[in-house]
Design a protein around this ligand. Structure first.
Ligand SMILES: Nc1ncnc2c1ncn2[C@@H]1O[C@H](COP(=O)(O)OP(=O)(O)OP(=O)(O)O)[C@@H](O)[C@H]1O
Length: 634
């Protein structure tokens, strides 16, 4: 794979409103920056890119040359002066106005027949050459466009994967999908198409106009005097189109958001019987998109008949000139073919500005994601966390998600290697935030977290997280086989490692009971497994990771009491050589922890083993009494 360019200095992102307010001149000026950035992606493929452009130029020039070829054919085949014998005229070379040195031969009817057949056969040859030039041009541009699309998508996705959780908490997933999938496509394909068309069409128009002047300059003047008028509808419509075209991308993003949320939250949708509500939401977004598409496509398709109508005045004027000068039909046919050959290129060119506008919106959006600075990034000289002992220290750590609202503050405690610590406290006291900080999903606003005596900000994120196994409250499973879902914890794990981990997590038996055992594909987010089974798989995933640090967030909450006892036993065994930090709302699961960290209102109240804490910390005692009394009542 060609190396994708690295993010540059952030590019200014144009809003739709800003784009719609720009004049055409300002707009083209603004388009310069993203187009330049886009060219960075074309550079690795510049050989094929320029071959494509070169064939585009050839195609443009060939369109003019073909007119002379047609002239030769028409004048040879169509009847000339009836009193003269049919003559094979040598075609004239344009510009130097010399005839190709062919012997001038008078033909009898028999010979003429075969010459005409031969010359008529020349037409497919002319067309085939034109088609070939166009094909090479389009093939090269398509190839470059697809390569650029691949690189752009991959850079965009890689960048998104490196973004912090904070970034994701502010984004709509559907819009991100729309940017990575659709906007990159728009940016890349138009980037290459634009380059080709901006060369191909103007050269075609220019060379054909010149050819027309060579053939008969008075006819050219008569036919082309309306030519500039063709641009009037184009300019009039393009601004309108620019507004609607920009909004189309936004609305497409809105549809993606609706779909993504409905699919991801299908359980909530179903349990609230909100299928109709979601369908209506989708339909109204879809309807708006349809109206926007109609508005600008309508404007585009009206351009073609308008251009043709204006052009027909030119054809009429040319025809009047032909009548006035007794022009032979064969000559008029050539001039007419040249004239109508120009207009498809005019139409194509008129639509280019619309494409430029859509590319500009898409490209700025894509680059605004690629250029977005990372909240959490590795230091330049980040070190690898190797042979991790698992000693963790929180040193005066403070963090807030929202300004002036601390999520945790003044956090000081040290977890020795191989010990198990439990975080307890009421909801919102900051327990999960400590996990997030330890995993470096966020950096503390104050203080530091050390692993083996080194600030975790000095480690590479990859090596830091490689040394931490985690079992979360929300069990996320991929639409893949059970085997691969467990292997996700450690891509180097062997079959034996995976089976062992599943056994430790008490998952082996139910996995074997599935249709295809470990090869059973589980639905999205573990759709066809029970909650307890899903949790056991995520526990197996943590086991297979075999990391020296283990984070458990309510790990046993969804298991029945038999499984819970098994898991307790497994975790106890696992904890012997590992550092474990557990969050548990149910104290029964963590009574055996070496130390219990009692948290309240973002601070630590006390740290001690259960027996000590229950004596000296009234809040802990209250929590304990509350839970165990209620259990006794049950
Ligand atoms: N992404 C976020 N953005 C803004 N505030 C957040 C975010 N996540 C948590 N908070 C806030 O930070 C504080 C600590 O939350 P945290 O999730 O760490 O508590 P917790 O003790 O783990 O709660 P629970 O036991 O309910 O999971 C809470 O006041 C919470 O509202």
């Amino acid at each position: 794979m060609a190396k994708s360019p690295q993010p540059n200095a952030p590019m200014r992102k144009l809003t739709r409103k800003e784009v719609s307010k720009l004049s055409t001149k300002e707009f083209l000026k603004e388009a310069g920056a993203p187009v330049k950035r886009l060219y960075e992606y074309v550079k690795p493929y510049k050989l094929r890119f320029f071959i494509g452009i070169f064939f585009g130029v050839l195609f443009g020039l060939y369109n003019a040359a073909m007119i002379f070829g047609m002239k030769f054919v028409f004048e040879t085949v169509l009847p000339g002066d009836p009193d003269k014998p049919r003559q094979l005229e040598a075609p004239e070379i344009p510009i130097i106005n010399k005839k190709i040195p062919l012997p001038e031969v008078n033909l009898n009817d028999d010979q003429a027949f075969w010459v005409v057949i031969g010359v008529c056969g020349f037409i497919p040859v002319l067309i085939a050459i034109r088609g070939l030039l166009n094909y090479v041009n389009q093939y090269c541009m398509l190839w470059v466009g697809q390569k650029v699309l691949y690189d752009l998508r991959s850079t965009c996705f890689n960048r998104l994967m490196s973004q912090s959780l904070q970034f994701y908490s502010k984004q709509k997933t559907g819009e991100l999908i729309q940017t990575v999938f659709n906007q990159t496509r728009m940016a890349a394909s138009t980037g290459s198409d634009l380059a080709a068309n901006l060369v191909k069409h103007p050269i075609s128009i220019l060379s054909m106009v010149i050819a027309l002047f060579f053939l008969d300059w008075i006819f050219a003047v008569c036919a082309l005097f309306v030519f500039p008028l063709c641009m009037v509808p184009v300019v009039q419509i393009s601004k309108k189109v620019r507004k609607a075209g920009g909004r189309e991308e936004e609305e497409a993003g809105a549809i993606m958001v609706t779909m993504q949320e409905a699919f991801a939250g299908i359980r909530v949708v179903k349990s609230h019987a909100r299928e109709d509500y979601e369908s209506n939401r989708f339909n109204s977004a879809s309807k708006l998109l349809m109206q926007l598409i109609m508005r600008w496509r309508k404007a585009i398709i009206i351009v073609a008949p308008m251009v043709e109508t204006v052009a027909s005045f030119g054809i009429g004027a040319g025809l009047a000139y032909a009548w006035a000068t007794d022009m032979p039909a064969s000559k008029f046919l050539v001039l007419y073919a040249a004239l109508i050959g120009i207009y498809p290129h005019v139409k194509a060119l008129s639509q280019l500005q619309i494409m430029v506008q859509k590319t500009l919106v898409a490209t700025t959006k894509v680059f605004s994601i690629i250029d977005k600075p990372l909240d959490i990034d590795d230091k330049e000289n980040a070190i690898e966390l190797k042979n991790c002992k698992g000693e963790i220290e929180f040193k005066d750590v403070a963090f807030n998600y929202v300004k002036d609202t601390p999520a945790v503050q003044g956090i000081n405690f040290k977890v020795e290697q191989g010990k198990s610590y439990a975080l307890v406290g009421e909801s919102g006291s900051g327990k999960s935030t400590l996990f997030s900080l330890l995993l470096r999903f966020y950096d503390p606003k104050q203080g530091a977290i050390l692993i083996d005596g080194v600030d975790i900000r000095d480690y590479s994120q990859q090596s830091l997280r490689d040394n931490i196994g985690i079992v979360n409250q929300d069990t996320f499973l991929f639409h893949d086989t059970i085997y691969n879902n467990i292997r996700y914890g450690n891509l180097d794990a062997t079959k034996e490692d995976i089976y062992r981990a599943a056994e430790q997590a008490h998952a082996h038996e139910f996995i074997l009971a599935q249709d295809k055992g470990y090869d059973t594909v589980i639905g999205d987010k573990g759709g066809n497994l029970s909650g307890g089974q899903q949790q056991r798989l995520t526990i197996a995933r943590a086991f297979v990771r075999s990391a020296p640090i283990l984070l458990l967030d309510e790990a046993t909450s969804a298991l029945d009491s038999k499984s819970e006892a098994h898991i307790h036993d497994a975790i106890d065994k696992l904890s012997q050589d590992r550092t474990v930090i557990a969050i548990a709302h149910r104290l029964s699961t963590i009574l055996n922890a070496d130390q219990i960290v009692m948290m309240k209102d973002s601070k630590i109240l006390d740290i001690a083993p259960h027996a000590v804490l229950v004596e000296r910390c009234p809040e802990y005692k209250r929590l304990y009494d509350l839970q165990f009394q209620s259990q006794e009542e049950i």
